[in-house]
Write a protein that binds this ligand. Structure first.
Ligand code: FAQ
Length: 323
């Protein structure tokens, strides 16, 4: 573990070091684990990266529920690979957070006790196979917009994890789009299924980008320190501008009566987002929050023997190496 160099506002050299730190960020340099950093920079990164890791891990559940029910062998293989990728993304992200001196056990305890947040989007049920397609196209579509921005993040380990994750998410996005377009051109029943899935996932997906900039307490500092390089509303706008025309071309109806195209700016403008629902869901009161946490606690217990076996194996290898 690299020794951390954390600055606090009461330190005598804090101001001087903060100026150097901010100048490095302004020059586009990456901050690496052993570099001096303000305590608040570290705290914000641990908050964001661990929430992100938890989202990847909890995010395996809604789609994982369809692995045994995939409509063909090809779809099953694709879905298995996707869900496995999400587990890998969780691993990269927990590792990135560990470089800031927080342990895996602390992060998992925060998730399993219900203290930690994870993305609102994974607290909704996947009722039909069409939901799996919509998650791939839209949820991964929003995730890619956000993560391409985070690949520019000032913190080296986070930004590098994002580069790799985005490459894999691009495949997730493509397979989701392919699955949705197939159903959108399919039988009346398939078209209804995919429209119903879009109706249920549309608003939660727009909420994924986070509250409007005017209601986002963390954005100003995250932008100042280059942790985020775009605001929540900018990411949401990029998502809309790419996906609205494609969904309409597919013959799908977007469940927003106020949605309109603004000729002047070239932007698609959405109607009011049901933010009450968002705050409820991220406060633990969404349709699937309890179920998701119960499942995570159960699988954590069921996996205990694997962790113990790995630890025992590691100890034996160390002992053998020391002989
Ligand atoms: N869900 O001041 P802001 C994926 C919270 S990965 C839950 O705007 P910030 C891959 C926020 O934490 C999806 N909570 O916060 C996949 C804060 O609460 P706190 C996850 C949310 O940090 C696909 C409060 O509201 N991606 O999908 C959400 O500036 C398919 C105030 O918010 C990431 O985590 C939300 N959507 O901006 C896997 C990316 N939004 O902490 C499987 C990394 C906000 O003070 C299948 N994170 N909150 O208690 C970020 O980019 C940012 O943290 C934002 C929020 C943009 C999520």
């Amino acid at each position: 573990m690299v020794k951390l160099r954390i600055g606090h506002p009461e330190d005598p050299d804090y101001q001087e070091r903060l100026e150097e730190f901010e100048a490095r960020i302004a020059r586009g340099e990456k901050i690496e684990p052993g570099d001096w950093m303000p305590a608040e920079y570290r705290r914000q990164l641990i908050r964001m990266i661990s929430q992100h890791a938890h989202s990847e891990v909890v995010g395996m559940h809604p789609e994982g529920a369809w692995i045994l029910r995939a409509p063909s062998f090809r779809r099953k293989l694709i879905l298995l690979a996707k869900v496995q990728d999400e587990a890998g993304h969780g691993q990269y992200l927990y590792h990135a957070a560990e470089t800031l001196g927080v342990t895996r056990e602390e992060m998992l305890e925060a998730l399993l006790s219900g203290r930690a947040k994870y993305s609102n989007i994974f607290n909704y049920p996947t009722l039909t196979w069409a939901d799996v397609g919509i998650i791939g196209w839209l949820v991964d579509g929003m995730a890619i917009k956000n993560q391409t921005m985070l690949a520019q993040s000032s913190y080296g380990p986070y930004s590098r994890a994002m580069v790799r994750i985005c490459a894999e998410e691009t495949f997730h996005h493509k397979q989701g789009k392919e699955a949705v377009l197939l159903y959108a051109k399919g039988s009346r029943k398939q078209r209804q299924m995919v429209q119903d899935a879009l109706n249920r996932w549309w608003w939660p997906t727009l909420m994924m980008a986070g509250p409007h900039d005017t209601d986002s307490p963390h954005t100003p500092l995250l932008l100042r320190w280059g942790i985020k390089t775009k605001t929540n509303d900018q990411i949401r706008q990029e998502f809309l501008n790419e996906h609205v025309p494609e969904l309409l071309d597919a013959g799908l109806e977007i469940p927003d009566p106020h949605l309109r195209y603004d000729e002047k700016t070239g932007n698609w403008i959405h109607g009011p987002i049901p933010w009450d629902e968002f705050w409820k869901v991220i406060g633990g009161e969404g349709p699937m929050n309890r179920h998701r946490l119960e499942t995570r606690r159960r699988v954590h217990e069921e996996g205990r023997w694997v962790r113990e076996a790995l630890e025992a194996y590691g100890r034996r290898r160390l002992a053998q190496a020391a002989d």
